[in-house]
Design a protein around this ligand. Structure first.
Ligand SMILES: [Zn+2]
Length: 100
């Protein structure tokens, strides 16, 4: 399930955070930390550990579990693949109910 491309994206992201430091995305990180009610430092620790907040499951998950998304600055979706699949299924079900 985890292709080389995904791994490359993950590596690139962790690398860029390491290189530029948390200041590079400080606004977004601070926003994320505030949203989760944790300190900015704690938030950055998660990022450095290769994790990403899944806004679907409301949990920290491995960055490799997220699909690509061009519109987001880190190139990854804000929800993991599992949640993405589940929500697509739920949307389909809701659609079928409506049109029945
Ligand atoms: Zn998830």
């Amino acid at each position: 399930m985890m292709g080389n491309a995904d791994q490359a994206v993950t590596d690139h992201w962790v690398e860029s955070v390491e290189r530029r430091g948390p200041r590079s995305d400080i606004g977004r990180y601070r926003q994320g930390a505030t949203l989760l009610g944790i300190s900015l430092n704690a938030y950055c620790e998660y990022i450095r550990a290769g994790l990403k907040w899944c806004s679907g499951h409301k949990a920290w998950e491995r960055r490799a579990d997220f699909g690509p998304h061009r519109r987001y600055p880190d190139g990854l979706n804000s929800i993991c693949r599992v949640w993405d699949r589940e929500s697509a299924r739920n949307r389909q079900r809701a659609y079928r109910r409506r049109s029945a």
